[in-house]
Design a protein around this ligand. Structure first.
Ligand SMILES: [Zn+2]
Ligand SMILES: [Zn+2]
Length: 276
């Protein structure tokens, strides 16, 4: 199995640390085959400052230089460095995502929902203490609707932490498939992969994204899975990869395969997992 990590950050987002040298060295030591950099994308300049945990649009050039440095350091080794962005899906953002895509030869984009439309940030600790709307059901409805429209936009390659809305452990009563089903259908019509985001094991929810029942459905429907750490520090790179592979083996009854999954730019590919 090739070991890869496509969801990693850089200090440009103000809540990550580490130099390109440190990330590349850690990636090499772990025997990573591909190290993908996908930091929090800037919001459109007219909406800035949007929040304090992303680069500004004017810093995209520095970001590209950071990636370029990492590529230089990895040259001549077995490690491939890929470039991407983790973009926020909020109402009206499509034209900006298209603009971003055209700005550089990105290998892939991650689409994430950190904000409920009009109601603030899901992974903000404010949400730990109260719902963003009046109810958990309503938060979930808005969240999954947003994920579905992100998938249907056709602008992204990987779904970021697909069930982030559970981060503080607040989950509606009853069968969650009603929330998942429209997204599963959208994914079947898309060319997107879904990440197992191992950072969830270290958050309040103490569970990888996605939850097991959802992961089972994704595998059943042959939606490509990638394993990502969401590392904000070099020492967190590829964290939990072995456990995530073990989980996939278990869920597929040891019928796990790895394959090249092409991204939307027409030339790059990711290593994805699926059921035989
Ligand atoms: Zn972050
Ligand atoms: Zn994220």
């Amino acid at each position: 199995m090739y070991r890869t990590d496509y969801h990693t950050h850089t200090p440009l987002c103000h809540h990550a640390q580490g130099q390109p040298e440190e990330f590349v060295m850690q990636a090499s030591q772990l025997g990573l085959h591909q190290y993908g950099i996908a930091d929090h994308a800037p919001m459109p300049p007219q909406m800035e400052p949007y929040d304090d945990w992303r680069m500004l649009a004017s810093e995209l050039e520095s970001y590209e230089e950071w990636i370029c440095t990492a590529k230089e350091i990895a040259k001549g080794t077995n490690l491939q460095v890929l470039s991407g962005l983790e973009c926020d899906w909020v109402p009206g953002i499509e034209p900006w995502i298209r603009e971003l895509r055209a700005m550089a030869p990105w290998d892939y984009f991650i689409g994430s929902v950190h904000y409920l439309p009009g109601n603030g940030s899901v992974d903000d600790s404010l949400y730990a203490n109260k719902c963003l709307t009046n109810s958990t059901d309503e938060d979930w409805r808005l969240y999954w609707q947003s994920i579905e429209s992100m998938v249907r936009s056709g602008l992204f390659d990987i779904v970021g932490h697909i069930d982030l809305v559970k981060i503080w452990g607040r989950v509606p009563q009853g069968d969650l498939m009603a929330y998942y089903e429209p997204v599963l259908q959208a994914l079947q019509d898309s060319r997107m992969a879904v990440e197992i985001n191992t950072a969830g094991w270290h958050k309040h929810c103490k569970e990888q994204y996605p939850a097991i029942p959802l992961l089972r459905e994704l595998l059943k429907r042959h939606i490509p899975i990638v394993i990502n750490s969401d590392a904000h520090y070099p020492q967190h790179l590829s964290r939990g990869w072995e456990d995530a592979v073990a989980l996939l083996r278990q869920l597929t009854g040891n019928q796990l395969k790895q394959f090249k999954h092409p991204t939307r730019n027409g030339t790059s590919y990711l290593y994805a997992y699926g059921s035989l």
